[in-house]
Ligand binder design. Sequence first.
Ligand code: AIF
Ligand code: ZN
Length: 363
Amino acid sequence: MLGSEAYMKLAVSMAAQTLGQTSPNPSVGCVIVKDGAVAGMGAHLKAGTEHAEIHALAQVGKNADGADLYVTLEPCSHYGKTPPCAEAIIAAGISRVFIAVLDPNPLVSGKGMEILQKAGIEVNVGLCAEEAWEINRMFFYFIKHKKPFVTVKTALTLDGKSASFTGDSKWITSEEARMDVHESRHLHDAILTGINTVNKDNPLLTARLPRGGRNPIRIILDTSLSIREDANVLTDKNARTIVICAKNASIDKEKWISSQGIQVKRFPSESIHLEELLDWLGELNIISLYVEGGSKIHTSFIRGGLFQELHCYLAPKILGGNQSIPFIGGDSFERMEQSTPIEFSHVERIGPDIKIIAKPLAK
Ligand SMILES: Nc1c(/N=C/[C@@H](O)[C@H](O)[C@H](O)COP(=O)(O)O)[nH]c(=O)[nH]c1=O
Ligand SMILES: [Zn+2]
């Protein structure tokens, strides 16, 4: 693989490596090439700081005249926290710009490209578009829907059980597979679980990676505020935690949780409506949500069609038992056609386990 595609793939790999740390901004990589040599490269590192193009242009300096610039997302054209990259590219004297994907935000889509073309710069769009889109799929979903991209994650025995009838689930999958889960936690802005999981497993829900990781905001669905007072998520201060309750939950318990410095969000309805919750999380600029469920939560998100990806970790174990906890509970259907259609988009081995990524299909 030579030339343009190689340079764009280099930009894509930089964007991929900064995923998780740039939220609520997209992850972007940029490479500048002059006389067949890489003369500058950069990635957006943190929301509110320089964009990828600015880092790369700073390295090239005066030598940018007549150079080619490769960037994974259309250069911005508006004055955000930093001046527009399109103007900086023109001022630097770049002669050709390769863009992997245009910005999907209707407010700016195509504007950056137009400004570059009006300044006489040759613009090519579409190089490595698929990889570039995949990297920022959660950000693009949020921009379009103003609510978080939902990933439902489950760990199951081969026969689809997530715990024994006593609730025991330690462990279903291997250390390697569970480490992969921590990668996903790092990549998501927030993680959601239910009160049964909190009171039974007392989880930390943090991203404990060898290199460190960004702890997602912990969202605990607790309709009647029955959370145990010694719960790690209330006491460990390892991550921002929000407890979600409904109309009739105890006011005293709410006051006590708030006194621990933990936010409580009370919905006015008798039960928590997930669509309303997702809209509210969108208002908090939460781009992505990792649902580590419990069976009840998984059932609500999957049956409600409220997911964009399913990460299913399958272990080489068979539990059986009619009382064992299944991945999905809820009503039993008469006909197979009432099942939730999905498509398998990725399958890989992780240690002894199998990881399946699936996406919903329209019924
Ligand atoms: N039982 C298993 C899981 N279980 C998932 C949840 O039920 C646990 O409470 C949660 O992962 C604990 O989070 P922590 O305290 O931050 O480690 N998840 C997995 O991938 N494999 C399993 O075998
Ligand atoms: Zn920019």
